[in-house]
Design a binder for this molecule. Sequence first.
Ligand code: DUC
Ligand code: ZN
Length: 556
Amino acid sequence: MDPDTESRNLDLIIRNGRIVTASEVLTLGVELGVKNGKIHCIGQSLKAGPETEVVDAQGAYITPGGVDSHVHIQQDNSPTGDTWETGSRSAIAGGNTTVIAFATQKRQEESIWTALEAYHGKATGNSYCDYGFHLILTNPSETVLEAELPRLVNEEGISSIKLYMTYEPMKLGDGDLFNIMMKARSLGITTMIHAENSDMIEQITKRLAKQGNTGTFFHSIARPQLAESEATYRAISLAEVTDAPILLVHMSAPEAVRHVREAQARLLPIHAETCPHYLYLLSDRLRSGPNDFEGAKSICAPPLRHDARDLEAIWMGLAAGTFTVVSSDHAPATFDHPCGKMKGLQMPEDTEGSGGSNGGKSQRARGDFRNVPNGLPGVETRLPLLFDRTFDPARPGGGADDDKIRIPLTRFVEVTSTNPAKLYGLGGRKGSLLPGHDADIVIWHPEEPPLVAVSEADGPPSSSSENEPRGKKKITITKSVLHHRIDYTPFEGIEVRNWPRWVFLRGRRVWDRDGGGVVGEKGDGVFLKRGKSTILTGQMRRTGIGMMKGEQAYWT
Ligand code: DUC
Ligand code: ZN
């Protein structure tokens, strides 16, 4: 077929935008051609046929659909969080076309299949975006390791597991971590690790409680940076001795990140992940007033850190290449619900005049951080928050001179789409705007002329009905513009410069910010059977520090 005829058969052409990949910002005029849900070609002056939809990006940046590789949706332990319907809807509205969520094996379950079946049941037919699962392994019995994990990766398309070093119902000791890493390494499974020193946290928490220090702010005191850095170092040591690749999830502590950087400098296969809340928010948000419980809205683990220099160190790690991915760790709990964040607020037995056992004296409701569910909503705000700090490396100056700018657009694409896809076995299919990949595409609002703040008279950003590009206006994050089912956002009031204007999932428009919002449907998303990771920091088969070459052979 001659190239012109082939072009005329395209389902969709996106013109007049600036395509961003993990390595380049392409010049204006390079176009995307889409056919049968896949990116078919990238070229100039692509020919439209009678059936071809043509979209004018009006000079805006075009990035791959976001791959949020760490989201908690409809887990058994989070009854007031998002359902698959609301969580994936929120994902799409924030520019994500793929999420990887979790299926949790309960400790008493001998097999992993019970959990997998249940979690598939929750998601099937209910997702707006494509999705996969990581398995949270809590009972690594011989059968699970020897018989079930090989089937998990080779038959079920689940090529990653998550292990906890803290949390009573899920935590694993060093022996289990060691044995699982050995197995994961031999199967090509990617192992995610939540690294915090459980005993340290438990002892500090007990002592805080003894002194009556249970208010929301004390959550950040109970989980010091040292708890994260010690556990991170231990996890890296286990990975080194077993020669297994690992990813440390949601890193927040600069000292812990330093361990990762040092390990990577020795070419160990260590990956790291951070999240927007560890780039934007500080522990002062955990303080509640005398008559409120606001601090609970910012309780997550690891906790928000105390000092602006901590945020800066995480930005620096991102700019310097230490982090492989930025995920949201979307783990919401409704604030105003007795089983949500309010679980940590003990109502007084008596109020003034009720004549209770305290003789009618008024008592305040008492906050107890120990009972507050950990986690923050963030799947919808991840991309806009990160995009806000980017510059265009292809433009002279590119905006990098602005004080708050931290990373090039190419790095943004790398850590939010391309790397998570490759790390979790979706390379070649998701995370890149290249021929053969799924046509998962985000078109942002045009950014020129230069950005100006929205004035009061302009009204809220979502209320504009005319189909005008709005990239020149800043957008304020508020709970009312988001699509999760949670009654707050921890990023309330933060201004960002842009937001995904249109989102395409496998070539179909599913988000149109000015023309109806979510225009895709529940059930559009399909389960992704994933292959093995195709990205590695460092090298495998290295000799651990202080070990003889081949020493492992004595015990493997
Ligand atoms: N911490 C976790 O370990 N999981 C979910 C949310 C959080 O904050
Ligand atoms: Zn998490």
